[in-house]
Design a binder for this molecule. Structure first.
Ligand SMILES: Nc1nc2c(ncn2[C@@H]2O[C@H](COP(=O)(O)OP(=O)(O)OP(=O)(O)O)[C@@H](O)[C@H]2O)c(=O)[nH]1
Ligand SMILES: [Mg+2]
Length: 303
């Protein structure tokens, strides 16, 4: 299955819980009245676009209906799609890898899909012919190191690791030296899942960034925050706190396959100043896709 079909399939539940319900709501010669607007707003909130965004969208919908003198409620579906497409824009935010080795640090709370995303990213880079090195910066659990090692084996790239309990900054220091010596293009650093509310853990990340930029002045090139789409609005609060504490440059939104909360992509766009760079649509090695906002809107509406 192609990745667009996968994205479309992954968004099925969101589409059923939102677009399909709106379609039912506006069909059958329904009158465009206050009640209808309220119901649409409710559906938007349920799809996790966020309350503010839902209110604004319905406000714009009202304006468009007035301006265009729309009297067929069925038209609302397409106007809403247009408005969402306007919000999402057309621009794709790619990675900005400036240095050699380029360093990507992957952060996020427990279990969102950091390590899996690193495996998939490494695979993509390898496909492009780039030399990749992984750093097992999650030293919290021995299993975390093993998990990254398995991904390195699958992808066919090297990994730098210390034993459980080691200092993450020391692992990354070694990884940078190895990357320089081995002519590596991209070094990807795994980190332990941490609660965004724990100040000491966030301090640890800052220390890590200091070590990296001492070795490579323009690095890290990217700090990717991994968010789990199934957590909906909670993902947005995580991003706000991580964004401030660790200079996040991009978001990877995982588990878009099978969630009903796909509307959170729209909330991320309106509430955060951080672009979504990749989306995860499954657990397999090639289930990571560069995020294309236009394609997302098409997939969401099933068109
Ligand atoms: N369906 C689906 N599952 C995913 C996706 N990305 C990751 N997962 C699954 O999510 C689970 C957690 O993934 P990990 O990569 O271990 O998450 P992590 O953030 O590294 O977790 P910690 O290291 O414990 O903080 C695994 O079972 C993955 O297979 C995705 O895009 N879709
Ligand atoms: Mg992990």
């Amino acid at each position: 299955m192609g990745l667009f079909s996968k994205l479309k399939e992954g968004l099925t539940k969101t589409r059923q819980g939102f677009v399909a319900k709106i379609e039912t709501l506006v069909s059958g010669g329904k009158k465009i009245d206050e009640e209808l607007y309220e119901e649409i707003e409710e559906l938007l909130i349920q799809a996790d676009v966020g309350v503010n965004t839902a209110v604004e969208l319905v406000e714009d919908l009202r304006k468009a209906v007035k301006e265009r003198k729309v009297d067929d409620a069925a038209e609302l579906r397409n106007i809403l799609k247009e408005l969402i497409a306007d919000i999402m824009g057309e621009e794709q935010a790619g990675l900005s890898l400036r240095s050699k080795p380029a360093v990507i640090v992957v952060v996020g709370v427990n279990g969102v899909g950091k390590t899996t995303t690193i495996g998939k990213l490494a695979h993509n880079f390898r496909e492009e012919g780039r030399k990749v090195l992984l750093a097992a910066g999650d030293t919290f659990r021995a299993a975390a190191i093993d998990q990254l090692q398995i991904w390195a084996g699958r992808v066919g790239c090297d990994i730098i690791k210390h034993s459980e309990g080691a200092d993450t900054a020391a692992v990354v220091f070694d990884a940078i030296q190895a990357a320089k010596a081995r002519d590596i293009d991209v070094l990807i650093v795994d980190t332990a899942g941490r609660l965004h509310t724990k100040a000491n853990l966030m301090e640890e990340l800052k220390k890590l960034f200091r070590v990296i930029s001492r070795e490579l002045p323009d690095s890290p090139d990217e700090v990717l925050l991994v968010l789990d789409a199934t957590t909906g609005q909670n993902a947005i609060s995580q991003a706000k706190i991580f964004g401030e504490a660790s200079g996040v440059t991009g978001i990877v939104l995982t588990k878009l396959d099978g969630t009903a909360k796909g509307g959170v992509v729209i909330g991320i766009k309106t509430e955060l100043n951080i672009p979504v760079k990749y989306v995860g649509v499954g657990e397999k090695i090639d289930d990571l896709r560069e995020f294309d906002p236009k394609e997302f809107v098409e997939a969401l509406f099933g068109d």
